[in-house]
Design a protein around this ligand. Structure first.
Ligand code: ATP
Length: 298
């Protein structure tokens, strides 16, 4: 049995102060885009995980022990149903590892739906979403897909009606960036100030309602960018380079290091890929959004 789940991007990412539980409060709009991980599961006497995919996605950095979030997802679903069931998991990565695109969360969501199908447990979506929230902040959105507002620490998701299809050029980075390290840097940069209560910009919601690419580009926002730029100054330079060809909008995906360039058509996206390539930035994918969340494929 196999499941697939998409990468996520944050069209806006407002980050509040750290909460007593260690999470930061967030106000974000997620969009699922057409880069996918596939998770294959088969019955086994004990859980195991193997990973394959293009080396440029840093596949070797994915853990293959019980810390892999896919293993935790299978175990959580089995426990939820009181099953003593183990699976051999194989992950085919299409989403950059530690790229700020929630690849691990996609694997968890794909594992939940694949194991649910394999075991015939027919878990209602609402129950899967609760389990997803126990696995990680971005996992509920990986199940849901499309476009959604995220609140809490990202785990509370509300679907959003949008119009149109958006084209993204995604510049990958040869080395991942640790999400906790980026949040720590943000807290350091904000030391001595009061973090604002995070909000989703009204202009961004309106642009999505209208299918307005210019309006969306103007409203893109990411509070984590200054912190990520401090840790990896080349990211700011890369965004500036790409903006020449993608003037609608450019921003860091989540905590980075993947960079996103908003394009108006597939032809425009192809031009952005060429412009980045001629500046030596060659690891670029093109993806559209929104796309559905995790689903069973066989
Ligand atoms: P986050 O979801 O924390 O924002 P990210 O989107 O930047 O992270 P991920 O690809 O989800 O990046 O990987 C974050 C870390 O989680 C990796 O460095 C890796 O060590 C660990 N990890 C655990 N399981 C997986 C998995 N199945 N795929 C990728 N990374 C995993």
């Amino acid at each position: 049995m196999a499941g697939v789940a998409p990468a996520k991007i944050n069209l806006c990412l407002g980050v509040g102060a750290p909460r007593p539980d260690g999470f930061h409060s967030l106000a974000t709009v997620y969009q699922a885009i057409g880069l996918y991980d596939e998770v294959r599961v088969r019955p086994a006497s004990e859980c195991s995980v193997t990973v394959s995919g293009d080396a440029r996605l840093a596949v070797a950095d994915v853990p293959t022990d019980s810390s892999n979030i896919a293993v935790r997802a299978a175990g959580l679903l089995a426990a939820h149903h009181g099953l003593d069931a183990a699976v051999a998991i194989h992950i085919v990565k299409g989403i950059p590892v530690a790229g700020g695109m929630a690849g691990g969360s996609a694997d968890a969501a794909a594992t939940l739906v694949a194991c649910d199908a394999l075991w015939g447990t027919a878990t209602p979506f609402e129950e899967l979403a609760v389990l997803a929230g126990q696995l990680g902040s971005d996992v509920p959105f990986a199940l849901l897909g499309e476009t959604a507002v995220g609140s809490g620490h990202g785990e509370l998701v509300t679907p959003l009606e949008t119009q149109g299809e958006y084209w993204w050029a995604v510049l990958e980075s040869p080395a991942g960036l640790s999400t906790p390290a980026v949040y720590r840097e943000l807290d350091r940069l904000r030391a001595g100030t009061v973090a604002p209560e995070p909000e989703v910009p009204a202009a961004l919601l309106e642009a999505l309602r209208q299918g307005d690419v210019d309006g969306l580009g103007a409203a893109l926002a990411n509070d984590l960018q200054p912190a990520a730029f401090r840790l990896r100054p080349e990211l700011e330079r890369n965004l500036t380079t790409g903006r020449g060809a993608a003037p609608h909008g450019a921003l860091l995906s989540g905590s980075g290091p993947s960079c996103l360039f908003l394009c108006e058509s597939p032809e425009h996206a192809a031009k952005v890929v060429i412009a980045l390539g001629s500046a030596g930035l060659e690891s670029v994918s093109v993806a559209t959004g929104p796309v559905p969340g995790a689903r069973v494929v066989s």
